[in-house]
Design a binder for this molecule. Structure first.
Ligand code: ADP
Ligand code: ZN
Length: 606
């Protein structure tokens, strides 16, 4: 198809009446043949920025996407709207590949999805030579850069597109990239002469909350019960074992929880993912193997049971909540041992030294986010060179942590590291500071040193807090051996010499359930009245039935947001339903009538 009017495509196929943010500008630019680098947060509508030009320009658009497993979801979403999309990948038979290739050659596809490793194969490049190409869209473009948090060598090789197809516009898109990563993407994909579109990074509908871990199950359970008893969400755990345990435990509590990790067979994984996508109340308990490219719009919460790798990963993972714009929660529960584990992973990886340093720096920034007394959103946005005023929608804004000048205890804590030879871990150091007597201390004769017993004024947890924040602010760092020992950094030595003020967050008595309750965002927007609420529930169940018979996820039919609008507006004809956001002509034809009937019945009974 080549239709020329982006707005009418938006209306007819997608059912939206206006473009958001810079969508329109990007679309016009690409339709005009320009290259573009697009940096927009998750859920802000990046896909339309290449899908609409794909429909407007002659020929087939090649969409490069990292995970084969998820292409089908994207294609299904397009097919529901009657847009012609297909994929070529390694799960297909030779006959299927050649049939799809033929469609592409014949100009019968708007979009062809492909993973980078496939795109680079000689056969595929030959196919491209035979097609009329509308554009290249490179999704998850941060994978191109070694500065990014998810570098993939196959992606880096995409630099050949510019040389081989100079006349075909390229649009690269990502939701997460810090400044060096952005620069690198633009260079590698030769987008310099194109335009860069960066829109605000904020996800205003996501509430951020970060708490120390005390009793993880209790903390999670309280959170689910209070905020999300009937919602879909993702819980990230650090290991396969933890995933299994948590999923089993939640099931015992009556939650429809499913595990997902690389150790499960691909059938089980696919089935659990399908349940999660199609269900409205399934909780996915997963390692980070899960989530890339998942664009289920009604994920209401994302929980991290441990710290993630870095801020990019955290923002991407939490960004999977609330793509539909409705209020959603991100909760992280962390302990100091998480940081030690992450550091060890970095050190034990076979990445080159330079990569390891980058990873350590990124981890440090994440710890800073955990320990900050400032607005979480501010810290997050600053990290991406974006800005905001205190948000009033995060735990620290809602209940500002108190700070105190920790200069003196910090000096004691660092001196103790120094006096014991920069090799011991936190619990030993605290024993020395607090003047405990045990065999180890006696053996090392650390009861003879000047820092022995100078810290009896603070409790063990208070000292732990101080050490944690000293690590977070990079005055102390783990020793390279990775046994949990601490050493003094250059900054730490400067601090010992200059002894400046050092504001620190008070020791958080690990969140009481009461505080947890207060510090987490409200339930998603409620409908104006109980009868609207009842109508909404009815619409949902009718949508559920249609989804079941057609074997597609409910949200592909209509988003919750669309149902809420229907319940509030109560349109009285199919025509009037077109005014509702998310209802275009194709979908109206396919799904409009049953929902209209529900509204009519409701009106009669009301
Ligand atoms: P991203 O890829 O940036 O994470 P998507 O392209 O998946 O975001 O879009 C997120 C959601 O917003 C989708 O449900 C999409 O249909 C919706 N959306 C996109 N553009 C608009 C628009 N102009 N008006 C209303 N909704 C939109
Ligand atoms: Zn805030």
């Amino acid at each position: 198809m080549s239709q020329s009017n982006p707005l009418s495509i938006l209306n007819e196929y997608y059912g939206y009446d206006a473009f958001r943010g810079s969508q329109e500008e990007i679309i016009e630019h690409v339709i005009g043949g320009g290259d573009a680098f697009v940096l927009m947060p998750t859920g802000s509508g990046k896909s339309l920025c290449y899908q609409i030009p794909a429909m407007c320009r002659e020929g087939v658009a090649i969409v490069v996407s990292p995970l084969i497993a998820l292409m089908q979801d994207q294609i299904s979403a397009l097919e529901v709207m009657n847009i012609k999309a297909a994929a070529i990948n390694s799960t297909m038979s030779a006959a299927e590949v050649s049939a799809t290739s033929e469609l592409a050659r014949a100009g019968k596809l708007d979009m062809l999805y492909v993973a980078p490793e496939r795109l680079l194969m000689p056969d595929f490049l030959r196919l491209l030579d035979q097609c009329n190409l509308a554009l290249f869209a490179i999704d998850e473009a941060h994978c191109v850069s070694q500065w990014g948090h998810d570098f993939r060598p196959d992606y880096a090789a995409l630099s050949l597109l510019a040389d081989r197809f100079p006349q075909v516009p390229r649009i690269a898109l990502t939701a997460t990239a810090d400044a060096p990563t952005r620069k690198d993407i633009v260079e590698r994909l030769a987008l310099k002469s194109g335009r860069t579109f960066v829109s605000g990074f904020d996800r205003p509908n996501i509430h951020y909350s970060i708490a120390l871990r005390n009793s993880p199950r209790k903390q999670v359970w309280k959170f689910i019960q209070d905020k999300h008893p009937n919602d879909a969400g993702i819980i990230y755990c650090i290991s396969r074992k933890k995933v299994e345990e948590m999923a089993a435990w939640l099931c015992e509590q009556g939650v429809d929880a499913r595990p997902y990790h690389a150790g499960l067979s691909s059938e089980v994984r696919a089935e659990n993912q399908r349940q999660f996508l199609q269900g409205e109340q399934v909780v996915m308990v997963a390692t980070i193997a899960f989530g890339m490219g998942i664009d289920k719009p009604d994920v209401r919460f994302v929980v991290h049971m441990n710290i993630p790798k870095n801020i990019e990963a955290y923002y991407q993972e939490t960004g999977r909540a609330g793509r539909d714009g409705l209020p959603s929660n991100a909760l992280m529960i962390y302990g100091m041992e998480d940081a030690a584990m992450q550091r060890q992973w970095i050190d034990n990886s076979d990445a080159p030294m330079e990569q390891k340093q980058i990873q350590h720096q990124k981890l440090g920034a994440l710890l800073g986010l955990c320990e900050t007394a400032n607005c979480r959103r501010q810290v997050l946005l600053n990290y991406f060179d974006d800005d905001c005023s205190p948000c009033n929608y995060c735990d620290n804004c809602e209940e500002p942590p108190e700070t105190f000048d920790a200069s003196i205890p910090a000096q004691k804590a660092i001196s103790c590291v120094y006096r014991t030879g920069e090799m011991f871990g936190v619990s030993y150091l605290i024993d020395v500071l607090r003047g405990e007597s045990n065999d180890r201390i006696a053996n090392f004769r650390h009861d003879q040193i000047s820092t022995y017993g100078i810290g009896t004024d603070l409790s063990k947890p208070e000292w732990q807090n101080i050490y944690r924040q000293l690590v977070a602010s990079n005055l102390l760092a783990p020793t390279p051996e990775g046994h949990g020992g601490l050493q003094i950094t250059d900054n730490g030595r400067i601090f010992l010499k200059e002894k400046p003020n050092l504001p620190m967050r008070h020791h958080q008595k690990t969140l009481t359930t009461e505080r947890l309750k207060q510090s987490i965002g409200k339930r998603p927007a409620s409908l104006a009245s109980p009868t609207d609420q009842a109508l909404y529930e009815n619409l949902k169940s009718t949508r559920g039935e249609m989804a079941k018979t057609q074997k597609v996820p409910a949200y592909l039919i209509f988003h919750d947001k669309t149902l809420i609008e229907l319940a509030v507006q109560k349109p009285s004809s199919l025509e009037a339903m077109l005014n509702i956001n998310g209802i275009g002509e194709t979908k109206l034809e396919r799904y409009g009538k049953p929902l209209l009937d529900v509204i009519m019945r409701h009106d009669q009974s009301a």
